[in-house]
Design a protein around this ligand. Structure first.
Ligand code: SF4
Ligand code: SF4
Length: 425
């Protein structure tokens, strides 16, 4: 089995064991043991919630820096639309694109351009007979990983299409070689400017059997500060945006859905809201006419990623102004095309990893479940997190699995038992 490489990690020297992250992790991946947080890699979806809430900045995201940048022969920057929401009073996307070239990139390719094509092919896909509906967007890697860990029955609902950043990387390589026929594959280095840790992990691990065409992942906040020093208001004429409102709209929640040109969609953002929707979808408790579901783990969509610098609502407001004078779209599929090119399709979805399974043996699982239920009834049931497990249910499960050994790790349980013994004595 492949080991999933995570981007969210812990700096133990900064962790005080305060339990803040434990109470915010949506997948119960965190425990606090021996005074420090621990992340269970099987459960983590790299959503970045713990990075946002840690008061001691002990949670980090692993990404690359622009080291050895000038050693690379041909450098392509893949820039997502959320980047444009980071700058105050940005009147023209071209200013950012030119800034990236001034930083040393040979080519800049907009994710928004590819997003417009992915939207067009999604419209085509939704007309395909026999597909499972509602179709769930595959663009947010934290949501896709969450489905593969917790919602196996929804796996077939995932749109089998590569996310726009990956299509952008693929097309950018092709274009670079067309423009520069002497370039070899190994001369090209594709950099993605990521707004979130989930996309960093996606690129490291690939998607099902698909290996990412992105070589290096940079943080949007790092690039923001580098760009501020080189950006000026006069982009050169050969750097001009290749996307319109539809592509830029993908940066915020609801943007992808509105591009399917069909009212039967649902868009939700924030990981807890997304989990509620997935629960309802799994239970069949949704409007029957729903055709498309867009879920973003971050509040506001990609503008809310843990590697951005701006408040997502401010970034969204800026993007609304920026889009005002843009054309609707600059990218369309060839007239009359009725198929989706293979380059856009995901051949194999990631496997389901049953994180909730207690044991591979059914009888043993049932026995463990009964033990968990029994222990849980003895616990105070207030989910305080003081024991280092996120809930009383998780504490009981940790005891049954043997990752903790003593019920007295629950301070309230211990206190109540001591009082009872005092009274008995
Ligand atoms: S929030 Fe988590 S990682 Fe940060 S100090 Fe508290 S326990 Fe440690
Ligand atoms: S990144 Fe998300 S899933 Fe992973 S440990 Fe942090 S809060 Fe939990």
């Amino acid at each position: 089995m492949n080991v999933y490489e995570h981007s969210v990690t812990l700096d133990k020297s900064k962790c005080t064991g305060c339990t803040t992250c434990l109470r915010h992790c949506p997948t119960e991946a965190i425990r606090v043991r021996d005074g420090h947080a621990q992340i269970n890699p099987e459960r983590c979806i790299d959503c970045g919630e713990c990075v946002r809430v840690c008061p001691h900045k002990a949670k980090k995201v692993r990404y690359s820096k622009l080291e050895n940048f000038h050693d690379k022969r041909f450098k392509i920057a893949i820039v997502p639309p959320s980047m444009f929401g980071q700058f105050e009073r940005l009147e023209d996307v071209d200013i950012v694109l030119q800034g990236l070239k001034d930083l040393g990139f040979d080519e800049v390719y907009e994710v928004a351009k590819s997003a417009e094509l992915v939207s067009a092919y999604t419209r085509l896909y939704l007309k395909t007979e026999g597909i499972k509906k509602p179709v769930i967007s595959s663009a947010c890697p934290a949501i896709v990983r969450l489905i593969t860990l917790r919602f196996p029955y929804l796996k077939d609902n995932i749109l089998p299409m590569l996310p726009p950043m990956e299509v952008a990387a693929h097309d950018a390589r092709i274009r670079a070689k067309e423009k520069n026929p002497d370039l070899k594959d190994e001369d090209i280095c594709v950099y993605f400017i990521s707004p979130c840790p989930a996309k960093v992990s996606y690129i490291k691990n690939g998607f099902g059997n698909y290996k990412s065409e992105i070589d290096v992942v940079l943080s949007m906040s790092d690039i923001y500060f580098s760009l501020i020093g080189v950006m000026n208001d006069m982009p050169s004429s050969d750097t001009s945006s290749e996307a319109g409102m539809i592509g830029i709209g993908w940066a915020t929640s609801g943007g992808e859905s509105s591009a399917i040109f069909n009212d039967n969609y649902l868009a939700a953002d924030g990981i807890r809201n997304a989990i509620k929707i997935l629960d309802q979808l799994e239970n069949g408790n949704i409007p029957p006419q729903l055709e498309f579901v867009e879920l973003n783990a971050c509040i506001g969509g990609c503008v809310g990623g843990a590697l951005t610098i701006e408040n997502p609502f401010i970034a969204k407001t800026r993007l609304i102004s920026l889009k005002r004078y843009m054309p609707v779209s600059l990218n369309k599929i060839p007239d009359g095309q009725t198929f989706i090119p293979e380059d856009y399709l995901i051949e194999q979805m990631p496997d389901y990893v049953p994180i909730s399974r207690l044991s591979d043996n059914f009888a043993k699982s049932m026995k463990m479940l009964a033990q968990i239920k029994q222990i849980r009834e003895e616990l105070p049931g207030i989910d305080c997190g003081a024991c280092g497990s996120p809930t009383c249910r998780a504490f009981a499960e940790d005891l049954v699995k043997g990752t903790i050994s003593d019920k007295a790790e629950c301070v309230l349980y211990k206190h109540i038992r001591e009082k009872e013994e005092e009274n008995d004595g």
